[in-house]
Ligand binder design. Structure first.
Ligand SMILES: Nc1nc2c(c(=O)[nH]1)N[C@H]1C(S)=C(S)[C@@H](COP(=O)(O)O)O[C@H]1N2
Ligand SMILES: [Mo]
Length: 376
């Protein structure tokens, strides 16, 4: 065996301190129908800054994690192109690449809260989001190599997993800022995030970010597949469904204090922190309320402001030990203001699951314990 040198073989890949063993992805048993069609949640209340560590990114797969050998993996581009092409991983890495920080949010994030406060913890109410630095090749380079026909308007990425996940994406978006990514936070994608290749669709619904990307078809119309008809549509009060609601709207949540992260130090100096994001640009400001939305004060954004990425906010205050109703409200660079849940239901009704960006309320009791509530 090769001599690895002193100490290197003891911990060839670094792991967190044993004291941090509770900082893990968690699931909600009644939401996980089967281990292969599953979802788990990012422990947002245990994290800081704006980058999600690779091992803590929530996972959502419709048919398990595909095991793909990068040496045998191929990406095919076919359909309305001059020359259908098949790329190896090595071929892809010979195109100019870019590094971009983006959040990925499942359209169903906070979906279980549509009709009322339900899950006790921001990990469960808001944990279907992560934010990493992707390294990849702009998709337009690959499409230009194949030569997109003049009548082409849409693309359809397809996954190599058992679900063969597909979504229709407008060609305009594909040519604008989509990436074919092979790395996250500097290292290869994790298997559960689509190793060795996934498409990055900045600011748009997580389900469009096809993992284990094996094919991109170019067409002149959307395909109307399962994930854009039966699923990932928003049923309105009148029985009609909104379709192709791609952008993830401006949203925020206070991660500390929160039900899994109560105030344990008693009254006095308290650091409130949380995350804000928008699929339409940067977050311009975040206001926080300690009294259920009656009074608002600006929070401090720190850690950088990147379009379509998580933003970290802080608000330091002296807690007098009395009960609080904590809320945060984000405003994005496109002028959108995060709505109350009441305002959201007034427009969207009660039948939706997806695209719940309503303002979250946490009730802090005198003892410092925190629970998920709603104020009217
Ligand atoms: N091939 C494939 N791609 C997929 C999925 C899938 O099941 N198969 N799930 C989608 C959904 S619904 C979401 S929210 C994101 C989740 O990405 P993550 O597991 O990296 O968090 O991947 C999307 N891409
Ligand atoms: Mo999703």
């Amino acid at each position: 065996m090769q001599d690895l040198g002193d100490g290197v073989d003891a911990r060839p890949y670094g792991m967190p301190s044993g004291h941090e063993a509770h900082v893990v992805r968690r699931d909600v048993p009644w939401l996980t129908a089967d281990p292969v069609s599953s979802v788990n949640f990012t422990p947002l209340h245990e994290l800081d800054g704006i980058i999600t560590p690779n091992g803590l990114c929530f996972e959502r797969h419709h048919a398990g994690v595909a095991e793909v050998d990068p040496a045998r993996h191929r990406l095919m581009i076919n359909g309305l192109v001059d020359t259908p092409l098949v790329f190896t991983m090595e071929d892809i890495k010979r195109f100019p690449r870019e590094n971009r920080l983006y959040f990925l949010e499942c359209a169903a994030n906070s979906g279980m809260e549509w009709r009322g406060a339900q899950l006790n913890g921001c990990q469960f109410t808001h944990g279907m989001v992560h934010c990493v630095m992707y390294t990849g090749v702009p998709l337009r380079h690959l499409l230009n190599e194949a030569g997109v026909r003049t009548n082409a308007r849409w693309i359809m990425p397809e996954g190599a997993d058992a679900s063969a996940m597909t979504r229709s994406i407008p060609l305009k978006k594909a040519m604008d800022d989509c990436l074919v990514a092979f790395a996250m936070n500097g290292e290869a994608l994790r298997p559960e995030q689509g190793y060795p290749l996934r498409i990055v669709v900045p600011g748009w619904e997580g389900n469009m970010w096809v993992k284990w990307l094996r094919r991109i078809e170019v067409g002149d119309a959307p395909w109307h597949h399962r994930e854009e008809t039966s699923k990932y549509t928003d049923l309105m009060e009148n029985g009609k469904a909104r379709r192709f609601t791609w952008e993830m709207d401006v949203k925020s949540v206070i991660t500390n204090p929160s039900p899994q992260a109560p105030i344990t130090h008693g009254k006095g100096h308290t650091v409130l922190t949380g995350l804000a994001w928008s699929g339409r640009g940067t977050v311009e400001r975040v206001d926080v309320s300690l009294d259920g939305g009656r009074n608002w004060r600006p929070a401090r954004i720190d850690g950088g402001s990147h379009p379509m990425a998580l933003h970290r906010f802080y608000h330091e205050f002296d807690w007098d030990g009395s009960p609080l109703l904590l809320q945060s409200r984000a405003v994005d660079s496109d002028g959108h203001v995060q709505p109350t849940k009441k305002a959201l239901r007034a427009v969207r009704g009660e039948n939706s699951i997806y695209h719940n960006n309503g303002i979250q309320t946490w009730h802090v009791r005198a003892g410092g314990e925190v629970e998920n509530v709603e104020v009217s």
